[in-house]
Write a protein that binds this ligand. Structure first.
Ligand SMILES: [Zn+2]
Length: 137
């Protein structure tokens, strides 16, 4: 785990990660030209590897296209959106279909807590710790 800037870190497989105040966790994104293509997301709908474009500005990133996280709700029998956002110049624009309290709002990217940066640099331990307390998606 490597801190790239106060708002961005990189996982061992080179994905970029940032904290999401809406979800109470982080988002994990494969990046064109950075992440090894074998680690790119693959879905049934889109079996080809795909990745996002990054502006190269580590302190105030812009990432395109939007990032959407969702899950299939067995009771509702449909896909439910947890978080849908744009990252632009160091700000997160949460779109109206987010399932959390920041839907429709734009906020600055969160700075990684200083006391957790060393742990993040040392291992993947914090990843699993944070994920266990995060919402469903
Ligand atoms: Zn989120």
């Amino acid at each position: 785990m490597t801190m790239l800037s106060p708002v961005l870190r990189q996982s061992l497989d080179k994905r970029y990660q940032f904290l999401c105040e809406g979800c109470g966790g982080w988002h994990d994104i494969p990046i064109h030209g950075v992440t090894d293509p074998k680690h790119f997301n693959k879905t049934k709908k889109n079996p080809k590897p795909f990745a996002w474009h990054f502006s190269g500005t580590l302190d105030k990133p812009t990432i395109r296209p939007s990032l959407l996280t969702s899950y299939y709700d067995d009771e509702k029998k449909k896909e439910v959106t947890c978080c849908h956002l744009f990252v632009t110049n160091g700000e997160i624009q949460f779109l109206g279909d987010c399932g959390h309290h920041l839907a429709g709002k734009t906020v600055p990217m969160q700075v990684w807590p200083a006391d957790q940066i060393k742990r993040a640099n040392d291992s993947d331990a914090w990843v699993f710790e944070a994920r266990s307390g995060a919402p469903k998606c």
